[in-house]
Design a protein around this ligand. Structure first.
Ligand SMILES: *Cc1c(COP(=O)(O)O)cnc(C)c1O
Length: 292
């Protein structure tokens, strides 16, 4: 079994800006819940792996890119549950594997590379039928753990929070983590998602479909994606380096760097009333951190 350290630690961040604006900012360190299966990827896998076992499956299949935090987490977590994992990887098989793929393979994950055109069809009945023909009975976990079981696991993120906060902020890829958090959000609290992807209108729809009841207490910031998924600018990289030095908290450029960049921008623009307590969720993802 995996030794997951819950609840994840939470601690305040201090800075002249926060003092000047009269704000309290807490960071919840989901990056620290496990050395490998970190952050929201564990939260999203938990009920999926339990469901696979409950349904009597011995094999789980999921999807992702060559640097996917989700594939990385699944490669570690599935064998700990006695499950065999198959990773359907976007793109042709590379001549040199990314560290994520090297790790996944070493953990016994079977890697199946699918060119980008066909990968787009990964949720179609015919694609899934082909997977079943190839691998036999399989439990499917969508890319990024983006299903109701994934969202359910993320409810615990807000359930673990102390009561004295006003707003909780999180980075969004599929929006599953945000949806789970909104589903468990106590009355009077708000949630803001920071999109790591370009655009974000589709995200609002994706989040809505995972809500267990309609809610008006959340929204998505789409201004801080830095051009799209995994894209970055020197400004973002400089911000991350400064943040890490000031707070001794590691960030990466795909999700958490953009979250904190966007959040600090909102703070600078007086988006929050003085006296507001903000919680930012560190969703992990540091396995994919590259040094610039
Ligand atoms: C996957 C990931 C996210 C996005 O989570 P979603 O539930 O897909 O929105 C955010 N942060 C990190 C570090 C991630 O790895």
């Amino acid at each position: 079994m995996l030794k997951i350290q819950l609840p994840s630690p939470i601690h305040p961040l201090k800075s002249p800006l926060l003092e000047q604006k009269g704000l309290r900012l807490l960071i919840k360190r989901d990056d620290l819940i496990h050395p490998i299966v970190s952050g929201n990827k564990w939260r999203k896998l938990q009920f999926n792996l339990e469901e696979a076992i409950r349904q009597g499956h011995s094999t789980v299949v999921s999807f992702g890119g060559a640097y996917s935090n989700h594939i990385h987490a699944l490669a570690e977590a599935a064998p700990a549950y006695g499950l065999k994992a198959i990773g359907v990887i976007r793109g042709e098989a590379p001549t040199v594997y990314s560290s994520t793929l090297v790790f996944a393979q070493a953990k016994g994950m079977t890697l199946s590379f699918i060119d980008r055109e066909h990968y787009k069809e990964k949720n179609s009945p015919i694609f899934i039928e082909n997977l079943r023909a190839q691998y036999g009975p399989i439990y499917l976990i969508p890319e990024g753990g983006a299903n109701a079981n994934g969202a359910k696991g993320c409810e615990a993120i807000v359930q673990e929070l102390p009561q004295d906060y006003d707003v909780v902020c999180v980075a969004c890829g599929t929006g599953t983590t945000l949806a789970g958090m909104v589903n468990a959000l106590p009355l009077g609290k708000k949630a803001i998602g920071f999109s790591a992807l370009k655009g974000g209108a589709f995200l609002e729809n994706d989040v809505s479909t995972l809500l267990t009841q309609p809610s008006l207490h959340w929204r998505i910031e789409t201004q801080y994606s830095f051009g799209g998924y995994a894209k970055w600018t020197p400004e973002l990289i400089t911000f991350i380096a400064k943040f890490e030095e000031e707070h001794q908290v590691p960030l990466e450029h795909v999700y958490t760097g953009k979250l904190f960049y966007g959040l600090i921008e909102l703070i600078k623009k007086d988006h929050f009333l003085p006296g507001t307590t903000i919680v930012a969720i560190h969703t992990g993802g540091l396995q994919g951190k590259i040094t610039f």
